[in-house]
Ligand binder design. Structure first.
Ligand SMILES: Nc1ncnc2c1ncn2[C@@H]1O[C@H](COP(=O)(O)OP(=O)(O)OP(=O)(O)O)[C@@H](O)[C@H]1O
Ligand SMILES: [Mg+2]
Length: 236
């Protein structure tokens, strides 16, 4: 559960987040809105890349903004990036293992967790290939695998489906749906693919120019006139 209170981010005259208040209680929660709505900015605040001008964020009762980015990782916060970030000259295996090295997990346990995560995202046969050799789909799945080790509590995914083919997108959808039961964390999912959001997210938050537009069951939210106008580009 992520409770956001009075959250404001300001860069000069721009307010990418403007007094946001919402309680994100869905196990897989969607985050949508037009380009520049503040979606990535919210992930940057949660992961510690940006310090907000004002506001408070509690994750399962913990005051997140008082913690350093590293402490947030210790607590189980993980993220992927809109432009996927894979270490090119490390193997797929070591890309995932690096996160556990940081957490100080014992070697045998770390190996078990990395193997499980790679198997889960279908990359076990690529384990010894270098990051630089992966295609876009594999890079995105590797980012997800990195989120699944070391007792994840909250996964933040920024457009993991961008650039995927339809069949790759289907595999992504099945993978995302299976994560909570298999690994336990809550997921906050940004994507422009409304079908993916609808299929995976029980509830969805819609932002528009940094402001809260609506939050609720995904199908209901997508049917709201304000969402159709602001996001789906429908004239209503
Ligand atoms: N570091 C920054 N400095 C100045 N302005 C910024 C910065 N980061 C984001 N912004 C501005 O904040 C607004 C929100 O950006 P953000 O990247 O959060 O949007 P988004 O919803 O993720 O959009 P997209 O769907 O295109 O990824 C935009 O107007 C952007 O230009
Ligand atoms: Mg973005």
């Amino acid at each position: 559960m992520i409770r956001i209170e009075n959250l404001t981010v300001q860069f000069g005259a721009v307010k990418p987040l403007d007094d946001l208040n919402v309680e994100l209680d869905a196990k897989i929660c969607g985050l949508i809105g037009p380009n520049g709505a503040g979606k990535t900015t919210l992930l940057n605040v949660l992961s510690g890349f940006i310090t907000p001008k004002a506001g408070r964020v509690d994750v399962d009762g913990t005051d997140l903004l008082s913690l350093s980015p590293v402490r947030r990782v210790d607590l189980g916060l993980r993220r992927s990036f809109q432009t996927e970030q894979v270490v090119e000259d490390l193997s797929v295996y070591d890309n995932v293992l690096a996160l556990l090295d940081h957490l100080g997990v014992a070697r045998a346990e770390a190996r078990r967790q990395v193997s499980k995560a790679l198997h889960f995202v279908g990359l076990d046969r690529e384990a010894h290939r270098m990051g630089a050799e992966l295609n876009l789909y594999q890079r995105r799945m590797l980012e997800i695998a990195r989120g699944l080790v070391g007792a994840p509590r909250l996964l933040l995914f920024d457009e993991p489906g961008a650039g995927m083919t339809e069949s790759e997108g289907e595999t992504l959808r099945e993978t995302l749906l299976a994560i909570p039961d298999e690994f336990g964390p809550q997921i906050l999912l940004i994507d422009h693919d409304v079908e993916l959001i609808l299929a995976t997210c029980s509830k969805t938050l819609v932002l528009d120019f940094g402001q809260f537009l609506t939050y609720g069951p995904t199908a209901d939210v997508l049917a709201e006139d304000i969402v159709k106008r602001a996001y789906l580009g429908v004239d209503v």
